[in-house]
Ligand binder design. Sequence first.
Ligand code: COA
Ligand code: AMP
Length: 634
Amino acid sequence: MNTYLSDYQLSIEKPTVFWEKQARNIDWFTFPKNILSPDHKGYPAWFEGGSLNMAYLCLDYHIENGRGNQPALIYDSPVTNTTLTYTYAELQDKVARFAGAMQKNGVQKGDRIVIYMPMIPEAVIAMLASARIGAIHSVVFGGFAPHELAIRIDDARPKLIISASCGIEFDRIIPYKPLLDQALEESAWKPQNVIFFQREIFRAEAGGELEIDFMDFMNQAEAVAPVPVEAWDPLYILYTSGTTGKPKGIVRDTGGYAVALKYSMDKVYNTKAGEVYWAASDIGWVVGHSYIVYGPLIQGCTTILFEGKPIRTPDAGTFWRVVSEHKVANLFTAPTAIRAIRKEDPDGEFIRKYNLSCLRNLFLAGERCDPPTLEWAQEQLNIPVLDHWWQTETGWAMVANMTGYELFPVKPGSASLPVCGYNIKILSEEGKELIPNQEGYITVKLPLPPGCLPTLWNEDRRFYESYLNQYPGYYLTGDGGYKDEEGYIFIMGRIDDVINVSGHRLSTGEMEEIVGGHDAVAECAVIGIEEKIKGQVPLGLVVLKSNVSVTEELLEKEIVALIRNKIGALASFRQVVVVKRLPKTRSGKILRKTMQKIADGVHYAIPSTIDDPVILTEIHDRLKERKIGNAFEY
Ligand code: COA
Ligand code: AMP
């Protein structure tokens, strides 16, 4: 068997040889003409001329190979007390009929479909049906406010929007219709139709001239066969936070993604066909796309769609109940979930209530994993707990302990070693490669492996500006960190205006645009500060206009409401502090990182470029007065 090192070397030195071999592991309609070749903008792209269909690979292929009666998807919903199992044959039937309905409704290859749905099987059916006919889906996380949905509708210009009557947060029903209606009022683009799924737990008032009932839509159509698409054709657009109010539409091409996911199921997650794989995330995030839907199904696994939270649905044992009941072999979640469980069940009493002998590994990603959380999970579960690092842009892991090869020792605080295909370099500001243990910009030398973004939706230029122009020949990840002498990579956090709240990626730049829009605010900064469970939460620092008089309490209330209404509750934006001035460099750049360090109680050097160092003391004193951050003993 190949070792990690031999495969890694081959993947970097002879990427086309390595990836041609991996490409042969999926069932193409036509095998690619070129393994790696320049696309229309001269950017290296994978598998030109290959033709395939993602839904075929995820469903029909397995049915043709004897897995028709195997469970493909288990929907486990503690919030509705429901467990439903769909075999590959059952899922294919629904997907093929929903695809037929879309086609009958005029949806063609390349048309966009926005999916704004909770964690229910119909959302997965809609995604796979879109893939089946070569349409491009764009799933919008259910926790986003109407404004965010409207931005995505205007950018993607969908022919159909698929939605449902409600989501459920713990025991709270979140009606979706008012949110969707508000988004459609705000968006300039109007879809041809809205396909609306009525959930039994809460039915919305039917109506609206564009609306068609989901079940009527599906039941009146004939099943259709998968439509062959080109490897370079987009499978989906997934919007993620950039540094401004306009999210980045990450484009995922079909061929490279299929090959990368198949390889990752084998080598990153070591999960075989027939086994149960569970990514406890949401279909609105990239983890949900890659490892609730496409990855496990390409591999012929059973995937779990879990509609619940790690705690209080009904308790901190819910993850372990799901693992033991459905015989989960590998579990993937965010460190936040483990922190939340640990807080409620510090001694692991719930863990011991269940037979978890089926569980081989716990994979963590989505945010920095603090060593105490990793060590606690390791101790309690007594299996490898493996941090790994990736982002929406890449679609799959860049750094991981690849369990499909030999396992390397775990170093808490590190996501381990570069995944095959990723030539990771730590660069200085000037673009010089740094020596071990020196912290710098984490980059990937081009070409990126298959699966990673080929561009941003309708924004080739922004793609270059965001990721490629700073260091020609390298992809800029947006994270900072270092490599140690053994090549282990330590991710230390974002170097831009992006933060991670409960593993959800959010833009502080966007929040600043909203806070700055408040009438009383002259100037503001939003920074991410440490929080015990969520990892980070945003904090607003504002300077008032000279002519306004408003209490800090009232201002905070109003700004918190603004962020909730514009971005959504998921931003967890709860605190605003009024300050006299913001610290800046002499050229006027706000020193956000320095303020973040003050709040987190981390040592900081006073920047030599600072305009007036006294401002830092003022910030420190205000945070202390408000008892905000980790810097002080309260
Ligand atoms: N629809 C509507 N609202 C949502 C939502 C959704 N899909 N997701 C989150 N929200 C709301 C919450 O209800 C909450 O609202 P509130 O301020 O009115 O209470 C707010 O957004 C913040 O939510 P969250 O960050 O989830 O905090 P929480 O206190 O409700 O739950 C945890 C805490 C730790 C249980 C939860 O954050 C969690 O499960 N984290 C794991 C996240 C994860 O798996 N991420 C994977 C990404 S790979
Ligand atoms: P997203 O695109 O939402 O998946 O968020 C990607 C970002 O989350 C990365 O750029 C990192 O900042 C952060 N992230 C993801 N996984 C890890 C990890 N294992 N360790 C540290 N940060 C991580």
